[in-house]
Design a protein around this ligand. Structure first.
Ligand code: ANZ
Ligand code: ZN
Length: 824
């Protein structure tokens, strides 16, 4: 028996306690059951859940619970991406240790998540800042070192002056730090790199295997940036050397009138030695970090290096310029400049009065009328023996020619760079290496792992890189035993999130990083997260998955089979943020309305991929709806569940119609769930309740078929509670149990669609005459075309239009319309 009033706080606490006590959502591998691994991107423990989290995790929970209703063995784990700068900054501000700060936040957020009733297997909770997690990351990094995938390099890096650390290219957005927003400077620092470029090709081709939003795949493809082209070698005889350039347009080779090298190129450095003007120029270039996108439009600047090269085909002498528009870290940091056919080279040649030579002719234009530069493919001119070839063919022929003459070869270049992972910060995973004067770079032996991050730090007034803690960095060399120095940089925190999805399957394995359970659970069947991770996290995780596979630890090529990128939560049209002061407190809303209301609101209000506009009235609407569900169950609990099964062939038309509506809504919700159109599942629930109300009203008026009414009310409410269950599990489970449908929580099945119920006796068809709507007719659902045609022609309104006219043909669109085509 249930009470008259809906008290979400009471029933939600009761449900959650029961789930906790019964460990309802803990799962084990079960070969007899089909698995479903549903994962929403784990949060950074900032201290409070915001509505974006709630939306993200509710979407995940709906999908997971829906699969559970289909008897899948569903894994939904949760954990904490616990390393990172905010902990350190907060620690500096509030004088607490980053560890305590983080762990306190985790405790709060765990409680919050529990209040939302997500079906997580809490046994598997991961905290990435604990050594039982990051020790395996250190282990894996050493394995990658042994595989040749890890190296140290002196490199010009992105330096974030605000956060006092190096950032990866992916973490620089429009020349600014992705977190701090500070303008990024360039610095030369020795740091650790992971060779993600070794997997560039596979990272591109395997995108085809993924059921991901196209937009995300395109972003990854562009980021990896595969270019098919040719390496061309220009001899530099006076310096007794040669210069490699990468070009995608070797067909324009005879139009190369100068070469351009980046200010960081070795030849540029060499030229600078005896030339102060060049030194000044190079310095000026190095202080301004230019985003690649701005390269095309920025002002081109350069200086003649004084060196010259020999053209590999014409043997002409071409000058070598140092230019600010040549990237040091793409291709070979040098280009053959073809001002006639490249915009950047054209602008540059104009500015410095360098020759412009046309070597490609537009197929349709004559060469002298064409506008310069001509960027498109065409027919070769002014190119000696190659004249007359079209561009595509010329690229093949000329590449062959260069190969034969040892002056080049076809190559593929990727825009993707190796991933710099050293961070000069405290709150991260220590990089497990030791520097010994005698032995060089020595990996920490496996039995000495983990390298534990020291706790006893004082963060009151300054950032605390580990290089200040001598008890940490002074160690004995594992090889020779002499005093050596431990690496004091920590990992980029994106490493922790690159493999956590796999660890969830082996969460309690303390002897290995992963065990055979990953073969049961991986890959993740459904991953849910923000589109802001399209290149960063999602690329890194795909890469790690491939490395783990090549180590024989997992046997899938990709980590995340299907991806849903949920939209943002907006308020008054703009993103919710503390700085704008337009945030809402989810916990206060739960206090007031309960978690189910919040869950229903965040599913109902917008399709998952689209942005959701926050509205207080929307929240209230969700609350009212759940109250109505409760009230309906309360009003009818005497008749629930109702077991007498009607003879549907004898029941009345209104009951039949209601039954059809109920099962149509069930079908719609089932189809929509498969497509992850969750908002329309929620609206189907609202329509279903309305139909139940209609039935209840009918039952009050008609007493004759009361048993049929009661049966259908009972059946419809059963269906409603199950469809609602993934969205609002508390009210659904509570009512389900307390009005006696079934004893246990959580073992319902998704309702079967009774196809008989969908068959209507009669259906309505629109009748058109020459495409214009003229009438509506009702025919038996199983009527054949002849019956439909006759009924349409016999309709009184239609008859008028057919008088004295010849019917040319009749078109029937099943279940929708009849169009009678007449000749006047
Ligand atoms: C000659 C040429 C002629 C080029 C022409 C283009 C058009 P994508 O497609 O993005 O890979 N390039 C090569 N290395 C560069 C560097 N380090 N910095 C700036 N630009 C560089 O671009 C390849 C093209 O970008 C190459 O082909 C080269 O210019 C330029 F009508 O070579 B091209
Ligand atoms: Zn040593």
């Amino acid at each position: 028996m249930i009470k008259e009033n809906y008290h979400p706080q009471l029933i939600e606490t009761e449900c959650q306690q029961k789930w906790d006590n019964d460990n309802t959502y803990a799962v084990r591998e079960d070969e007899t059951k089909e698995k479903f691994y549903c994962l929403a991107m784990f949060p950074y423990p900032s201290g409070s859940l915001h509505v974006g989290h709630i939306r993200n995790y509710t979407i995940g929970d709906v999908i997971g619970r829906y699969q559970r209703l289909h008897q899948k063995n569903v894994l939904q784990p949760m954990g904490w991406d616990a390393f990172g700068l905010p902990a350190e900054n907060a620690a500096i501000q509030h004088g607490v240790s980053p560890k305590n700060w983080t762990n306190e936040n985790i405790a709060i957020m765990r409680e919050h998540l529990k209040k939302l009733g997500f079906a997580y297997d809490w046994d598997r909770e991961i905290n990435t800042s604990q050594s039982d997690y990051y020790r395996w990351e250190q282990w894996l990094f050493i394995k990658m070192y042994e595989m040749g995938l890890v190296y140290r390099k002196n490199a010009i890096v992105n330096w974030d002056p605000a956060d006092q650390t190096v950032l990866a290219n992916e973490q620089v957005v429009d020349g600014k730090g992705w977190r701090s927003g500070a303008t990024i400077e360039q610095r030369e620092i020795t740091q650790w790199f992971i060779k993600i470029t070794a997997y560039a090709e596979e990272l591109i081709t395997d995108l085809d295997k993924l059921d991901w939003p196209d937009q995300v795949k395109i972003m990854q493809r562009n980021w990896i940036g595969r270019s098919h082209g040719c390496n061309v070698i220009f001899d530099v005889p006076n310096e007794n050397t040669s210069l490699d350039v990468f070009t995608t347009r070797v067909d324009t080779l005879l139009g190369a009138t100068y070469l351009a090298i980046s200010p960081n190129h070795v030849l540029a450095q060499q030229a600078a030695k005896h030339n102060p003007d060049i030194q000044t120029f190079i310095k000026a270039c190095q202080t301004t970090k230019v985003a690649e996108a701005d390269m095309a439009t920025m002002e081109k600047k350069g200086i003649n290096s004084g060196f010259t090269a020999v053209h590999p085909i014409s043997k002409a002498t071409v000058p070598i310029w140092i230019a600010n528009y040549v990237l040091s870290d793409y291709g070979s940091g040098a280009v053959m400049a073809v001002p006639g056919h490249d915009q950047r080279d054209f602008d540059f040649a104009r500015k410095y009065n360098l020759p412009i030579k046309t070597v490609i002719k537009d197929k349709n234009d004559s060469a002298d009328s064409q506008k310069l530069p001509l960027l498109l493919d065409g027919i070769l001119i002014n190119s000696g023996d190659f004249d007359g070839l079209d561009s595509a063919e010329a690229r093949r022929v000329m590449a062959d020619y260069l190969v034969k003459n040892n002056h080049g070869s076809p190559t593929i270049h990727y825009r993707l760079h190796d991933w710099g992972v050293s961070r000069q910060r405290y709150w991260g995973t220590p990089i497990p290496f030791i520097y010994c004067q005698q032995c060089g770079i020595v990996p920490v032996p496996e039995e000495q792992l983990p390298v534990v991050l020291p706790d006893n730090v004082n963060v009151k007034d300054k950032l605390l890189p580990l290089s200040d803690i001598d008890s940490f960095y002074k160690v004995d060399c594992p090889r020779c035993g002499k005093l050596a120095r431990r690496e004091t940089d920590t990992f980029d925190t994106f490493i922790e999130s690159s493999w956590y999805y796999a660890r969830f399957a082996s969460y309690d394995q303390h002897k290995k990083i992963l065990d055979q359970r990953v073969d049961y659970w991986l890959p993740v069947d459904q991953y849910i997260g923000g589109v802001e991770h399209a290149v960063l996290h999602l690329l890194y995780a795909r890469f790690f998955n491939k490395v783990l596979r090549d180590l024989g630890l997992i046997h899938t090529d990709e980590p995340f089979k299907r991806l849903l990128t949920q939209g943002m939560v907006l308020k008054d049209g703009s993103k919710m943020s503390k700085s704008k002061g337009n945030t809402v407190s989810p916990m206060a809303l739960i206090e007031e309305y309960g978690a189910d209301t919040l869950r229903f609101f965040s599913i109902f209000t917008a399709p998952p991929e689209q942005s959701l506009e926050w509205s207080d009235s929307g929240v209230e609407g969700a609350y009212r709806f759940l109250n109505r569900v409760w009230k309906f169950a309360f009003d009818h609990q005497q008749i629930l569940p109702y077991d007498h099964k009607p003879d549907w062939s004898k029941t009345s038309a209104p009951i039949k119609k209601s039954r059809c509506v109920i099962y149509s809504l069930l079908k719609q919700a089932s189809d929509d769930l498969k497509k992850l159109q969750l908002n329309t599942v929620a609206s189907a629930c609202m329509k279903l309740l309305n139909e139940l109300q209609t039935l209840a009203n009918g039952a009050q008026k008609e007493t004759e078929q009361l048993a049929d009414y009661h049966y259908l009310i009972s059946d419809g409410l059963r269906i409603l509670l199950i469809i609602l269950q993934p969205i609002t599990p508390h009210i659904s489970d509570y009512l389900w149990q307390n009005i006696g449908y079934q004893q246990h929580y959580g073992n319902q099945s998704w309702p079967k669609i009774d196809t008989k119920a969908l068959e209507q006796d009669n259906i309505a068809l629109i009748v058109q005459v020459n495409g214009k709507l003229r009438s509506k007719i009702t025919v038996p659902a199983n009527a054949d075309n002849a019956i439909i045609e006759n009924a349409a022609k016999a309709d009184e309104k239609v008859k008028k239009y057919l008088q004295n006219k010849q019917v040319v043909k009749i078109i029937i669109v099943p279940k929708r319309l009849v169009n009678i085509v007449i000749r006047d």
